[in-house]
Design a protein around this ligand. Structure first.
Ligand code: IPE
Ligand code: IPE
Ligand code: MG
Length: 248
């Protein structure tokens, strides 16, 4: 149980007994937010990183178990190199801070994606944060960096096929899931995409099979705790049937 029992908001009431276990967010709209203000796109990424810090703290206070954010896709390398470098610098700064704060804030941190293309400095920081996780019991924040759903599935399929050949067992979903970056993490209950776009852009393609989707026009740097409340309240009104029929 998190901080509050029932929490009133403008949009309705958050039911603390029916919180999603796992919330995922496509942190989109940083560039447009900056453009609207006549600022360089990189200022939007810096503002977006701040909002991530705030929303992660809020999710942890609410009692969400897993928060997964999409920070950089396998396709985002197509962007101008100064923008990519600025995003990587923000990520490095965030990891430095996280190492200092994660125990105090009781938040575990995991990086999902192909880290082999990241700088040696960032890879070392990722290892340092991972080493601290064992001592932490609180929310798990997953940051997707150089993450792509298709390459994740392909990589897992290759590894699972090798397992199947070795063991002589028939390849099944469970064997494949063991090799996804998200291994051991439940599928997201709720996926939020701000910025008005209504697509997944290669995010959690396997894991989103039965996720509830929520779209809002707010740009990520404008996203607030209230907006998250609204998304969760909307989620709580949905009937999740997983292909079955609604229980009477
Ligand atoms: C999301 O914001 C951050 C990354 C993809 C790295 P964008 O940079 O995509 O912002 P828009 O979509 O151009 O506004
Ligand atoms: C998705 O946003 C990736 C992240 C937010 C990290 P993009 O801005 O890259 O997606 P598209 O290009 O609009 O589909
Ligand atoms: Mg975008």
């Amino acid at each position: 149980m998190g901080l509050f029992n029932k929490k009133s908001t403008q949009a309705g009431r958050l039911d603390m007994e029916k919180l999603p276990r796992h919330v995922a967010v496509i942190m989109d709209g940083n560039g447009r937010w900056a453009k609207k203000r006549g600022l360089p796109r990189t200022a939007g990424h810096a503002a977006g990183a701040e909002v991530f810090r705030r929303i992660a703290t809020y999710c942890s206070k609410l009692g969400i178990e897993y928060l997964t954010v999409y920070a950089f896709s396998t396709e985002n390398w197509k962007r101008p190199s100064d923008e990519v470098e600025a995003i990587m610098a923000l990520f490095e700064k965030y990891l430095h801070e996280a190492i200092e704060k994660m125990e105090k804030e009781n938040v575990r941190l995991r990086v999902l994606g192909d880290t082999s293309r990241l700088s040696p400095e960032i890879r070392a920081l990722i290892e340092e944060t991972a080493a601290k996780n064992d001592r932490i019991t609180g929310m798990q924040a997953n940051i997707c960096i150089n993450y792509g759903g298709r390459s994740e599935i392909l990589r897992a399929a290759k590894a699972a096929a090798a397992d199947a050949i070795r063991s002589g067992l028939e390849l099944d979903c469970e064997m494949l899931e063991k090799h996804l970056y998200t291994s051991g993490i439940p599928d997201p209950d709720l996926i939020i995409r701000p910025s008005g776009e209504k697509r997944l852009s290669n995010f959690l393609l396997w894991q989103s099979a039965y996720s509830e989707l929520y779209f809002t026009d707010a740009l990520w740097p404008d996203f607030t705790e209230r907006e998250l409340d609204r998304a969760i309240i909307d989620y709580q009104s949905r009937s999740r049937r997983y292909g079955g029929i609604q229980k009477p």
